[in-house]
Design a protein around this ligand. Sequence first.
Ligand code: DC
Length: 218
Amino acid sequence: MTIPVLTIDGPSGAGKGTISRAIAQKLGWHYLDSGSIYRSLAIAVLNRGTDIQNAAAVAAVATGLVLEFECGETLSVTLDGLDITTQLGLEETGRVASTIAAYPDVRAVLLQKQKDFKQSPGLVADGRDMGSVVFPDAAVKVYLTASAEARALRRYKQLKEKGIDAILTQITQDIEERDRRDQERASAPLMVAEGAFYIDSSVMTVDEVMNEVLRLIH
Ligand code: DC
């Protein structure tokens, strides 16, 4: 029996996580937040004091990475028996994740860990290369994006809601820098996968995007 996969790729802050989680819940499918795997590796590397410029050393940490994901209402992740859920969302974690994600050896090590998430009755996979590299045979592929300004504003509001001080221009700059790094790397860069449906959510509500993706699945 083939297990259906829906891939949702796109730049950071496009709303992939919110949409993917909601759709997985609605369909009763599994959910892969591949960014959290790169983020967990970033935390492991930072905790161990590994040189993040040393691709081989980072790949060695990736090989020994033991993670436990628990996906309920929200995602919680355990690394070496410690709950790292709150560290996952930090800007610093995202920056380091984006740097080490450019290493081909690191991506090769993490590939099978991601493929293992494909289990019955189905999978929603969110990331940068889900439709192009990890699940090229996915039943439905979506590329979800929004302008850098719209994404920065959403991120700014999220941080404010959590009581974290933030500067909008700095967030926009960080987002643009991360886009550039994720798009320009040689190994599995962020791109619109072949056959993917392109959705620009800049002026769409979460419900509108949800309905559009559900329409594509049906
Ligand atoms: O989606 P995110 O912001 O949590 O991802 C963090 C970083 O991980 C992102 O900047 C690039 C990397 N990443 C990747 O290279 N490939 C993926 N499939 C998912 C994330």
